[in-house]
Design a protein around this ligand. Structure first.
Ligand SMILES: NC(=O)c1ccc[n+]([C@@H]2O[C@H](COP(=O)([O-])OP(=O)(O)OC[C@H]3O[C@@H](n4cnc5c(N)ncnc54)[C@H](O)[C@@H]3O)[C@@H](O)[C@H]2O)c1
Length: 396
């Protein structure tokens, strides 16, 4: 099998979480990375022996890179994707794909014009239990999907943030950061074709002046519907409803409520939150805590239940549970191959690179998810149902 050489743009928290999955693939080599922060580059070079560059331009000019993983702040995604595509590099782009539908269209066009693969990594739609739920739906285990319900309550708004992450007009808040995961998962399970969106969203803390909660109703073309609920206010935590397993698959302590609020309150000085945010990336002081291997679970994005005439499917601790006519039947999965296990992303890109299968989460798919996410914001602001025009079906 061919080796796929990977370069990373942006050595922050997202890259730190993704690198273990890249390294877990037998035919992927991390050859280079780019970040303007000196300490991030030094730490990365020391850990992986990869070349580092101060700019995205230099990384895209690197001949030892086949695929670029773009993990920079949202507002840079379009430009970095264009640089990569024009240099002939295949692209994995972090969520959200971009900030507007127009930007998404630009990314799709530049990838097509340069003949490169484009994968949009809403990582939770690649979680093994979600892909298993999709496979069980295709097998007809619950019959045609009627309802999809997704609940996620957590601490999103009180994790350390860069200033623009708290400004909706700069791509901050849950609608650009978290809700796209929910939408991508719901679209995957519901067949992809959303007909309309109705939403309400709230900014409940004036010191964090961006949307932190929403409730949304999606109607699909095929007659199914989804309700999506998210709260990032660090009060209730839906991990309680998921066996006290955290988002990355780690065991979680049940006494965590409001801990992120308290940690934030304890920070002093204007730069300390920004420094704490940078501390989660390469060159920062915070290490990714890896539990003992026998405690690894698959990642999840709250509680997701899918229903049909023949039962309900729910992500369980180690797989998917089908609640059917004969009771609950467990469909176990292989344990995670790495922690955190985001390997679905790299597997999908590698398989396209090696010519084994086309990309499922491609540019058109990512734009359709962005269309729904943008409509959630619009529907909440304008108090009306919003119709869709860029939806694409699941191609599996
Ligand atoms: N899929 C997930 O679960 C997940 C998790 C976290 C973040 N993300 C996404 O990843 C992206 C990055 O988020 P983050 O939390 O890692 O942010 P971050 O601030 O921790 O990291 C961004 C990095 O990009 C670097 N950077 C800034 N300008 C650059 C440039 N011009 N060229 C190269 N590097 C540059 C910064 O120095 C920093 O190291 C966002 O799109 C975010 O939504 C996804």
């Amino acid at each position: 099998m061919p080796t796929m050489r990977l370069g990373i743009i942006g050595l922050g928290g997202a890259a730190k979480q993704m690198v273990p999955s890249f390294l877990s693939h037998p035919y992927v080599a991390i050859t280079a990375a780019a970040d303007p922060r000196d300490d991030a580059r030094s730490a990365f070079a020391a850990e992986f022996g990869a070349r580092t560059h101060a700019t995205a331009e230099a990384l895209c000019a690197d001949r030892e890179v086949d695929v670029v993983y773009i993990a920079t702040p949202h507002q840079m995604h379009r430009d970095h994707a264009a640089l990569a595509a024009r240099a002939g590099k295949h692209i994995i782009i972090e969520k959200p794909m971009a900030l507007t539908l127009e930007e998404c269209g630009d990314i799709i066009a530049v990838a097509e014009a340069n003949g490169v693969h484009l994968l949009v990594g809403h990582t939770h739609a690649f979680d093994a239990p979600i892909l298993k739920m999709r496979a069980l739906i295709r097998e007809g285990v619950i019959g045609p999907v009627s309802m999809i319900n997704s609940w996620n309550y957590g601490n999103f708004l009180y994790r350390p943030r860069r200033p623009e992450e708290l400004r909706t007009d700069a791509g901050g808040g849950i609608i650009y950061n978290q809700v796209p995961h929910q939408v991508d998962v719901a679209r995957l399970l519901g067949g992809g074709m959303v007909r309309s969106v109705r939403s309400m969203a709230w900014t409940l803390d004036p010191t964090r002046p961006t949307e932190g909660a929403h409730v949304t109703f999606l109607q699909f073309e095929n007659g199914s519907a989804a309700s999506l609920v998210y709260s990032g206010y660090d009060y209730f935590d839906t991990d309680e409803f998921h066996y006290w397993i955290g988002e990355l698959g780690e065991p979680k302590r049940p006494d965590c409520h409001a801990a992120s609020r308290r940690a934030l309150e304890a920070m002093t000085g204007t730069g300390s939150e920004v420094a704490a945010k940078a501390g989660g990336g390469f060159g920062g002081g915070r290490r990714l805590t890896v539990p003992p291997q026998n405690e690894w679970n698959h990642p999840h994005f709250g509680v997701t239940v899918v229903s049909g005439p023949d039962g309900d499917l729910r992500q369980s601790a180690r797989g998917v549970t089908h609640y059917g006519r004969r009771g609950a039947v467990e469909h176990p999965l292989d344990p995670p191959r790495v922690f955190p296990d985001k390997s679905g992303v790299i597997d999908e890109m590698y398989d396209a690179f090696a010519g084994l299968r086309p990309i499922l989460h491609d540019g058109a798919w990512g734009r359709a998810t962005m269309e729904v996410s943008e409509a959630i914001l619009r529907s909440a602001r304008e108090g009306r149902e919003v119709g869709m025009s860029h939806q694409v079906p699941v191609r599996d």
